[in-house]
Design a protein around this ligand. Sequence first.
Ligand SMILES: [Zn+2]
Length: 435
Amino acid sequence: MLTIKRVATLVSINQELEQAAGCGKDCLGSCCMPGAKLPLYTFGRRRSVDLLKKKMAVACSTNDGDNGFLDSLLLAQWEDRMDKGLFRYDVTACETMVLPGEHGFIAQLNEGRHSKKRPTEFRVDQVLQPFDGKKFNFTKVGQEEVLFCFEESEDGTSQYYEKAPVSWSPNVIAINVSPIEYGHVLLIPCVLDCTPQRIDPDTFLLALQMAVEADNPYFRLGYNSLGAFATINHLHFQAYYLAAPFPVERAPTTLICHRWKKGGVKILELGNFPVRGLVFEVGDSLEDLANAVANTCIYLQNANIPFNVLIADRGGRVFVFPQCFAERQARGEVEQEILDTQVNPAVWEISGHIVLKRRLDYESATEESAWRLLAEVSLTQERFDEVKKHCLKSVFNAPNKVKVEMPTMDSSLHLMGMSGVALNGQSEHCLVLQV
Ligand SMILES: [Zn+2]
């Protein structure tokens, strides 16, 4: 078993508190949710992505100011929680600079993100692990940290209700109490389902819908798998605003294959960037994009390859980065100088927004140092080519929707049961393969 001691980042206030029996904390658990009323945003499913494509064609990385209602709602609610003092520090006071050079890496000094908690020891060598209700999870978050629930409407329109009875297991948008940037939130799909951290087509589509609804190029969503710096094993995406292009958004790409089935999803490979990755561009529908990306992620999960995902361009473009930093760290292959910075190269760092914890690292940061850090994350070209081949195969060969099954018992039995099984559409009984 490979393990790393790591200082946990707090993402919720209740994470530091002991949970009392019977609760009384207005949490998101089944103790407090029945009968609760929370703000609700409903969205219409946009089957046509004409608008999205038009906007992409105009300018990917500039904001025309014509953003969605969700965008202003989210920011107003987020600022309200800031006024109420729910954040652990004032992120707007963090220093940020663009590092000189051709890539435009962005460095931020964020000394407040360190937790004083005892380092937690957790497993880094398993991408899929069963949900553990005894560990911190989002059912323990306080309702005051929720900005609103996010559900599909029945009549195809977008609506906002200040107080609505919560559905069983709502999709929740909550603040991250240790923000990296302005508007940093968490999207927690079906919070009471207690799904472990893993991608499937439906929840990935939900994340894309959120990006489409926000309709702001500065708003991106990110996902970290276990083993790639997710710190909580309860399904969630992160999202925040950065009023500049992420360096990865400006990196050149090469088309690998065009027009996946009738969906027209384009798949490209990143070039001239320290972390090798795949890029997916929307074609005819968000559903097709969600399926193509999710099938790729499902391959990576089942093959036990940690990965990070960035959703950019108002939901029109998705970056997938298989990574091996934790594996290399556990094997003692990462330079000590890089480890000393205690930077966790998760989705934001990989995309080029590097959050530094020590002033000396911030003051000495250069394009070269950023590149050196990120290069430690990337698969080698040889391994990436191999993984890419399998990813493409799973996009092309998998049925549109691949059902993901999770073990409920001992995850160590999981990996041998998964290879190929889920992709053959016989996943219902993969637990039977625990032999
Ligand atoms: Zn409760």
